[in-house]
Design a binder for this molecule. Structure first.
Ligand code: ADP
Ligand code: ZN
Length: 736
């Protein structure tokens, strides 16, 4: 399989889970695969298709994508075809014949066609070795793209009873997952579920004041790259596309009100890089499989967090850095609430309000945005600091928040734990608002005990204190604050609290991440060559090569076949067909400029710089632990949570600080099992490793063992140096 991977696809190694999934498929087992976008799902059936003797049938919901998918496979010399309504009867008959002749190994069809008696008769006449059901969430009414025909796919089993079925999706809340398993009639399926994190995406929320200049400068940073801008209303897509065009960008509008032909044309120009920017309603999406979208902007609030994850997730499918930016204003919130209030069905209204509240919460967060999204999606034990969202990237300073936290908690207590944050802030500031006076709170000893500061500051502090687990908020339209048991302990034991706040006048965090280490001028010329080849073959540029391949080519500047074969994504077929024109470009370049000069290599975007998060607090934690203290002792002594202690250690270890952590390790048997699990997943993410280990192992144990694995060679324990050779080759893998 590894051979096929290299010769056909030009890749050197499997991505996480691919190998196991392929092994299961080859063993004839049904599989359920939930991997995030860009996780490499297609390969999980494409590779077996090459190795199995019969046909692999791929059920895919989007007719518009089939041609590109098939073109992409053929460019790698893989015999693929499709049958859909864009073909004539005689073309269909031709494809069927080629399947019978074994000249097509992978056949793409839409579910509606797959279930017709005609097509089933055809299947009956050939050997089907594997059925792949892509975008399997379409089977569920709970999902966002329900397609009734998916429901009938279970019937395929009668036609090809011996072919295993592999169902694949990138999004599936619990309810949808269960639907997929039951509705598709999978037989004792192996389940492969990995985390939702998209480490190559950065997230940022920007105030929507004066948004056009902000948008323009974002787009300038991504000039020449593909971007999607989402708006709520059809009219605003047209207005904004117009405004951007006047600023000299190639921008087009896209919405459901447009004529189907026009929409297809916009989509096509976007895929073929003739239009850089599409300003769209969320109608623009499912059909977009473009791997090199570098920027997704939400110019208006998304309707739900799941929607946001989906839409922003269209960025960076190729695994290279990409940016997701959300513009937020209070006016937008009010406008959306207005729409929600128009809904007639009260239950529906409540659900819509709840979804909107979650989006607002995301916008107002003072903690990691990625963590919030991932936890919403059901992921557990997400690191507190992702180093890849605007919150985590903004410079922060720590301060002693003990006194203000005490004041906030007292105000909550004295007002009877029946009021929300705004009211508490008024009491603390000493603002005698109508509410405050009516409740007699201007008579309380806590009235005005934190005067003379901007109310937003206090509001943020209340949020931070809640985030520390000292306060909790009831949900609903008028949430109220109450003190948690943890908060009571804090008061009773006179604990201290350290918080971090943004350094106020620092420059905003730069969110664009640029990969480099290759010569940008050579890259440009290679990209031009790719474009010419693509246009000549009438396929999108990415069918020729993805950007990663181009970058790797610019980095290595290969001069012969052997060197070309080393380039990421250069399989044999492409070596044969495509090496020549690129070689000509490289030769010309070298003749003119000499050997390519890589640009300076900045820290990789998904890899924290050593100073990240290694603040005084973390260092102090590290000092205590290295002196032999246990996690609990440090937590106790410093008045922080054990999870924070672990987080500190994690940051220090990642940053390469030397730590003495042997005394924290689980017993050798468990430790070894955990190390094996990390080695099996090929990286240091917790969720996949825990999937292997099962619930008997806690995330905390995994985190502890991981401390010694980040930089095995610098660790004091010499055993580590040899134990994990395959991990040392990937030190930069991001945390979940
Ligand atoms: P998904 O369907 O899960 O969103 P794709 O199948 O489109 O993901 O794969 C995402 C990208 O990763 C594609 O460009 C694909 O060619 C690439 N890819 C897949 N497997 C590997 C691998 N083993 N090594 C490197 N790149 C891979
Ligand atoms: Zn973050």
């Amino acid at each position: 399989m590894l051979d096929l991977l290299k010769t056909r696809f030009g890749y050197d190694a499997f991505l996480p889970h691919q190998e196991e999934i392929i092994a299961a498929v080859m063993a004839g087992q049904d599989c359920f695969v939930l991997l995030p976008t860009g996780g490499g799902k297609s390969l999980c059936y494409q590779l077996p298709a090459l190795a199995l003797d019969g046909l692999t049938l791929v059920v895919s919901p989007l007719i518009a994508l089939m041609k590109d998918q098939v073109d992409g496979l053929r460019a790698n010399g893989i015999p693929a075809g499709f049958i859909n309504s864009t073909l004539t009867q005689s073309q269909i008959a031709q494809v069927q014949q080629r399947v019978r002749d074994g000249a097509i190994k992978l056949l793409y069809v839409a579910p509606e066609r797959a279930i017709t008696p005609d097509f089933q008769r055809f299947l009956d006449s050939i050997k089907v070795s594997l059925v792949a059901i892509d975008e399997a969430h379409c089977v569920s009414e709970w999902g966002h793209d329900f397609r009734p025909a998916y429901r009938e796919l279970a019937g395929m089993r009668q036609v090809c009873p011996n072919a295993p079925v592999i169902a694949l999706t990138a999004t599936a809340p619990q309810m949808v997952r269960e639907d997929i398993l039951s509705q598709l009639g999978l037989r004792q399926p192996r389940r492969f579920v990995s985390g939702f994190n998209r480490p190559n995406l950065t997230y940022a929320v920007t105030p929507k004041k004066n948004s056009l200049p902000a948008l323009v400068s974002l787009l300038e940073r991504h000039s020449g790259e593909s971007a999607i801008i989402y708006c709520l209303a059809r009219q605003s897509t047209e207005d904004l596309a117009g405004a951007l065009s006047r600023h000299g960008f190639q921008a087009e509008a896209y919405h459901a009100g447009m004529d189907a032909d026009l929409r297809r044309a916009v989509q096509d120009r976007f895929i073929r890089d003739q239009t850089q920017i599409v300003v769209a309603t969320i109608a623009f999406g499912m059909g977009i499989d473009k791997p090199d979208v570098r920027l997704v902007v939400h110019h208006d609030l998304p309707k739900s967090l799941e929607g946001y994850y989906q839409e922003s997730g269209r960025a960076g499918r190729d695994g290279l850095p990409a940016e997701c930016v959300l513009f937020y204003s209070y006016a937008d919130k009010a406008r959306q609430e207005y729409f929600v209030n128009q809904l007639e069905d009260t239950e529906e209204q409540q659900r819509a309000q709840q979804r909107l509240d979650q989006v607002i919460e995301l916008c107002n967060l003072r903690t990691c945005r990625r963590k919030f999204i991932l936890e919403y999606l059901g992921e557990e034990d997400v690191a507190d600091d992702c180093a890849g969202c605007d919150v985590c990237r903004s410079p922060r300073e720590e301060f002693d928040a003990t006194e203000i936290a005490q004041k906030i908690l007292s105000a909550v207590a004295r007002t009877g734990q029946r009021f929300g944050a705004a009211h508490i802030v008024n009491v603390l500031l000493g603002s005698a608002t109508k509410q405050v006076v009516k409740n007699g709170h201007d008579q309380l000893p806590v009235f005005g005990i934190a005067p003379g500061q901007p109310p937003e500051n206090l509001r943020d502090l209340v949020k931070d204190v809640s985030a520390q687990g000292l306060l909790e908020s009831t949900g609903g339209q008028y949430p109220t604050l109450s003190i948690t048991p943890r908060g009571r302990t804090f008061l009773k034991n006179r604990e201290t609290l350290t918080l971090a706040r943004p350094v106020s006048d620092a420059a905003p965090a730069q969110t664009a991440a640029t990969d480099s280490g290759f010569d940008p001028r050579l890259y440009q010329q290679l990209a031009q060559c790719r474009k010419q080849l693509a246009d000549a073959r009438n396929v999108p540029a990415y069918v020729i090569f993805g950007n990663r391949t181009l970058q790797d080519m610019a980095r290595r500047a290969p001069r012969n076949r052997v060197e070309f074969a080393r380039v990421h994504g250069f399989g044999q077929s492409k070596l044969h067909d495509l090496a020549q024109p690129f070689l000509a470009v490289i030769n010309d370049y070298v003749a003119q400029h000499g050997t390519p000069q890589p640009t300076e290599i900045p820290a990789a975007p998904d890899r924290p710089t050593p100073s990240r998060g290694v603040n005084m607090a973390a260092l102090e934690t590290g000092r205590l632990v290295s002196a032999g203290a246990s996690i609990e002792e440090v937590a106790e002594q410093r008045g922080i949570r054990p999870s924070t202690v672990l987080d500190h250690l994690d940051r220090l270890a990642q940053a390469g600080q030397s730590l003495q952590v042997e005394h924290l390790m689980p017993n050798p048997t468990r430790r070894q099992a955990i190390e094996k699990a990390f080695a099996a997943t090929g990286d240091l993410r917790l969720t996949p490793a825990r999937e292997i280990l099962g619930e008997e192992y806690s995330y905390d144990e995994l985190k502890l063992v991981r401390l010694a694995l980040y930089h095995p060679t610098t660790n004091s324990d010499s055993q580590q140096q040899t134990r994990q050779p395959n991990l040392t080759s990937k030190p930069g893998k991001p945390r979940p």
